[in-house]
Design a protein. Structure first.
Length: 256
């Protein structure tokens, strides 16, 4: 909740949007004093939403217009699709991370002594950015998370490629972040290349590749507030085993 931007405010009472006590203490005991409400103290966080509240000295009800209690929030998008992320009230800083999807792996080949496992797929790229959002509470970011690529069929069929995962401006203006998918495992057993990434102002990291002729999955990239998905391991030994489906991308929004 956020206190009113104008009009009535009170130190006590149970009316949401009006009561400073209810906003920052969660109760209406009537026992708070203004001296307990300095920004950076035990009750009022030192966030952008509370910039009008002094840290010492003279303090008045009018300092609390638009102020908000905020203990942080994490919003995660682990499944494929298109979404709208809304910056929560009270947030001052955003760290956002985006991981790319992975393609499918190829199926196994051959029989008997000539049997081989399928080629594994690489992991997607990783991008990280930070933004000040204290003046942008309630604004939105467009989120697109790609699905994993389809598995290759048995008898050595290659896996399918995936698409890019992106974060871009909604009503909040930001540089478009793109995390491309890791390459699928191909029946030719060529190297599966990690996905590239762009748009992050803190990090843009290429996913982990899989050397040609290797059935391992490309390792997942570890971020700050989470870990992306790996590539897909190649199909088991022999031409009766299909490959494995790749994994979806991932986005994590961390607000403080």
């Amino acid at each position: 909740m956020t206190l009113n931007a104008s009009g009535t405010l009170s130190i006590a009472g149970a009316t949401l949007g009006q009561s400073i006590e209810e906003e920052f203490q969660g109760t209406s005991s009537g026992q708070l004093s203004m001296s307990q409400l300095y920004r950076g103290g035990a009750l009022v966080a030192n966030t952008g939403a509370n910039a009008g509240v002094p840290t010492a000295g003279a303090i008045a009800l009018g300092n609390f217009y638009g102020a908000a209690s905020f203990s942080g929030a994490t919003h995660t998008y682990p499944a494929s699709g298109s979404f709208t992320e809304t910056i929560p009230s009270g947030a001052s800083t955003l760290v956002v991370e985006l991981w790319g999807a992975s393609g499918g792996s190829s199926g196994g080949t051959g029989t008997g002594c000539g049997a081989s496992p399928g080629q594994g797929s690489a992991s997607g790229g990783y991008s990280r950015a930070t933004y000040s959002v204290s003046a942008h509470n309630g604004q939105t970011v467009a989120v697109t998370i790609a699905s994993g690529g389809a598995a290759g069929a048995a008898a050595g069929s290659g896996g399918a490629a995936s698409g890019a995962s992106t974060l871009s401006s909604g009503s909040f203006s930001m540089a478009t972040m793109t995390a491309n998918p890791g390459s699928p495992g191909l029946v030719s057993y060529t190297t599966s290349n990690g996905g590239t990434a762009s748009g992050g102002n803190l990090a843009n990291t290429t996913g982990n590749a899989v050397p040609g002729g290797n059935s391992a999955a490309g390792a997942a990239i570890v971020g700050v507030n989470g870990t992306g998905n790996p590539g897909a391991a190649g199909g088991a030994l022999g031409n009766t085993h299909p490959g494995n489906t790749g994994y979806a991308g991932l986005a994590i929004f961390k607000y403080t």
